[in-house]
Write a protein of this length. Structure first.
Length: 401
């Protein structure tokens, strides 16, 4: 099998996923077009050798419908012969896109592919595709397909995680993200011009460094009403040692909705003959489906499987970039795998930075590579959670220049 390498990983900044957000005036196609141009200019990539484009996108409707991987290539003026496919494994989609691209390279089906994702939540709101499994509450309960916040509250209840611990993790995420932004650590951001506001968008917008733990403590639980609709009864019935579900997740310790797009160049070593040097080698990946009633626990389960499959422990990994799919998920992952704070989401997570669902996994990959290079470290894991318990984790190592 061929080895798969990452030659570059770029993204837009993350804008608030609502009207008035810094990217809300731009379509998904416009954001991706900027990235297609940037990855060509940064790497010297010959567009004609790209053999596939694989993009994650969760809400494939309206401006994000119709296979945006292919339509974005047409919009950007790239060669007609390049195919494209859009995938949806919920919030793991952006990382799964990288994994699918790497599998094509490893199998010899492609020498060079682009992977990534896009989600413009200000323009295509979450659930606007009206998927029946989310829209029909009775059907969802019958099939154990719950909303993400309900799963996070169950995780907190099962693991005896207090509201104070959840808020502290959220506070630390904000502080770390603010510090990283101030120090210019987000090297993968490609500036994009908003012609409506006449502003150059080159900084993540969702970060709120002014939030204190006291501020967070004042926020009301967000998913208690949903729990009373039958979700709590279902979760308790399958976890009989629980007397009740503690509703501790709020808007402050949950992921922030965001707009963004990301691209990652995945290829074999043949690109070296064209003067390009890989930044990282993809070593392994694992995809799982954990307890669907916990919904967002997949990142922890996938990371654990990946480590076991590779004969590693968490101590063998220099840095972890783990999907902050609600505060309880991160706390569970750290406890379960024994990961200390100095190696876990060192530049903050999506609670602070924002969660553009289909793009998040690809963004996290760029963040990990940038931070490994900054610290002079070698190995890292990116792990993401999706709905229904799904999760994907990928192990990489830097390539010496």
């Amino acid at each position: 099998m061929q080895q798969a390498f990452i030659y570059d990983a770029i993204r837009t900044a993350r804008g608030r996923g609502r009207a008035g957000g810094s990217l809300a005036d731009l379509s998904p196609l416009q954001c991706l077009a900027v990235l297609y141009q940037a990855i060509q200019e940064r790497t010297g990539l010959d567009r004609t050798i790209v053999e596939d484009v694989i993009l994650g996108c969760v809400t494939q409707a309206g401006e994000q419908g119709g296979n945006i991987a292919k339509t974005s290539l047409l919009f950007a003026g790239w060669p007609d012969h390049i195919p494209g496919i859009t995938l949806n494994r919920f919030c793991s989609s952006g990382l799964d896109a990288i994994n699918f691209a790497s599998l094509k390279v490893q199998a010899g089906q492609a020498r060079c592919a682009l992977a990534g994702g896009v989600e413009m939540m200000s323009r295509v709101p979450m659930l606007s595709d009206k998927a029946v499994m989310f829209a029909d509450a009775e059907l969802a309960l019958d099939n154990r397909m719950l909303m993400m916040g309900s799963g996070a509250d169950l995780i907190a209840s099962l693991n005896n995680i207090s509201r104070e611990e959840l808020d502290l993790l959220a506070y630390n995420s904000q502080q770390r993200a603010a510090k990283a932004r101030a120090e210019g650590r987000f090297k993968s951001i490609i500036p994009i011009y908003n012609q409506v506001t006449e502003m150059l968008v080159d900084q993540d917008e969702c970060i709120r460094p002014e939030l204190s733990c006291a501020d967070l403590a004042q926020l009301k639980p967000y998913f208690a009403e949903l729990g009373s609709s039958g979700v709590d009864n279902l979760q308790v019935s399958e976890h009989s040692h629980l007397k009740e579900i503690q509703h501790f997740h709020t808007a402050g310790n949950s992921p922030a909705m965001a707009d963004a797009a990301a691209l990652v160049l995945v290829a074999d070593l043949s690109l070296q003959t064209m003067g390009m040097q890989p930044r990282a080698r993809i070593l392994a990946a694992a995809t799982v489906c954990d307890d669907p009633l916990q919904v967002v626990s997949g990142c922890a389960a996938a990371t654990q499987k990946l480590l076991v499959d590779q004969g590693l422990t968490s101590l063998d990994i220099d840095l972890f970039e783990v999907h902050e799919a609600f505060a309880a998920t991160s706390i569970k992952c750290q406890r379960q795998l024994g990961i200390d704070d100095s190696r876990f989401n060192v530049n903050g997570g999506v609670i602070a930075l924002g969660h553009p669902m289909g793009a998040t996994g690809s963004i996290m990959m760029g963040m990990l590579i940038d931070e490994l290079e900054r610290q002079g470290l070698r190995t890292g894991i990116v792990a993401t959670s999706g709905a229904a318990g799904t999760g994907t984790a990928m192990l990489i190592e830097l390539v010496e220049a």
